[in-house]
Write a protein that binds this ligand. Structure first.
Ligand code: HEM
Length: 345
């Protein structure tokens, strides 16, 4: 039997996507699952399917349990990804402009730091852990440059980026609330409220999406080219894997989605990871489509191209020795440990 809440972490998900109806109901998740690429695209364009109001859900938990989750609630209320209409357009414009302005200097810095950090990694050769040794420092630097927020890593890998996770336990919610307080303290003093909220949104939405997609795309290149030197691998222009396996929407009215009746109020889970099994050119689908499409796409692809060019300058071969994914993650799916060995022979 397929465990729907584990599809995004399953090694067999290509087969699962093939077995599932393009749109099917999940009792387990209490929502529709959509795995057909065209229907995923259509759902994102629909005005009748809107982003989830995560703030209302957190406020309900906070009231029921008499807990202070104000930091989570404030962040969710000000995220472009939690809002629609005029409020969303204004936030989205501001945020897109911030990324666009920061892009040239951020990528120039990224290229330099990538070169220096990767040289350090390959000088060690054996058992190099690439998430903490390469990808995390690089992504933290990008995010710091764009948002002004320094994302710290907790030993258990819990991150404020998981703030949208509906299945979070109370202890983790309280820890995330604390992490958000810490993030806000870095930007609040000299910032207008809007700027501080934008900074938090950028750090939350930009960190694990980019970190995980770098690690997964690197791993995919290396694993599909066993024994091939990095210089002979095709580091094609785009990211080939995503750490954002799905996104969700809620119906504001009864509607028809590819022949399936969706009732007002029901949720729809769109598996963007489905594009991993499409030709590389279609994998831009990882960044979403329509009014909430990712404004970080160009900088993310630009950074990946810089990494690709850098890897292709090295004739070393790479063997993956150990991969461990973050546990208890219902939002993202990506390794927190990626141990490799670099060798010449
Ligand atoms: C490979 C890396 C990335 C992937 C795969 C990715 C994926 C996505 C996806 C799928 C969405 C749409 C979510 C939805 O419609 O529900 C999105 C939205 C967003 N992303 Fe990214 N993202 C990446 C990197 C970044 C970066 C680096 C930033 C900023 C520094 C960023 C900022 C945002 C923002 C602000 C939104 C919300 C847009 C809106 O609601 O209008 N993302 N991202």
């Amino acid at each position: 039997m397929i465990r729907h809440n584990l599809i995004h972490r399953s090694a067999d998900r290509e087969e699962i996507f093939r077995q599932l109806e393009p749109v099917c109901w999940s009792d387990e998740l209490d929502c529709w699952l959509v795995t057909d690429p065209d229907t995923i695209r259509a759902a994102q364009k629909s005005r009748d399917l809107v982003v989830i109001c995560h703030q209302a859900e957190v406020q309900k938990i906070s009231r029921q349990l008499n807990l202070n989750l104000d930091d989570i609630s404030d962040v969710l209320g000000s995220m472009p990804l939690s809002t629609e209409g005029a409020g969303h357009s204004t936030r989205r414009r501001r945020i897109s402009e911030k990324i666009r302005t920061a892009r040239p200097a951020t990528l120039a810095r990224f290229a330099e730091l990538a070169d220096k950090t990767f040289k350090q990694c390959i000088s060690e050769k054996r058992d190099v852990e690439l998430v903490s040794g390469l990808f995390h420092p690089l992504v933290s630097d990008i995010v710091l440059n764009i948002s002004g927020v320094n994302m710290r890593t907790r030993p258990d890998y819990l991150s404020a980026t998981q703030v949208f996770d509906r299945a979070l336990g109370l202890k983790r919610r309280l820890l995330i609330n604390g992490e958000l307080q810490h993030m806000r303290s870095q930007v609040s003093q000299n910032s207008q409220a809007d700027d501080a909220n934008d900074a938090l949104a950028l750090a939350i939405l930009g960190t694990d999406s980019l970190l995980g997609s770098f690690s997964l795309s690197f791993m995919e290149r290396v694993k599909s080219n066993p024994g091939v030197p990095m210089s002979d691998m095709d580091w094609s222009g785009q990211l080939t894997q995503t750490s954002v396996p799905f996104i969700e929407r809620q119906a504001t009215t009864d509607l028809d989605l590819a022949g399936t009746r969706i009732s007002s109020g029901q949720r729809v889970r769109l598996y963007l990871d489905r594009f991993s099994y499409e030709p590389v050119a279609s994998r831009t689908g990882f960044f979403g489509l329509g009014r909430h499409a990712c404004p970080g796409r160009s900088i993310s692809q630009g950074a990946w191209q810089i990494l690709g060019k850098m890897f292709s300058r090295h004739q070393l071969k790479v063997t993956v020795k150990d991969v461990q994914f973050r546990s208890a993650d219902n939002m993202f799916s990506f390794p927190t440990i990626l141990k490799v060995e670099f060798h010449e022979g």
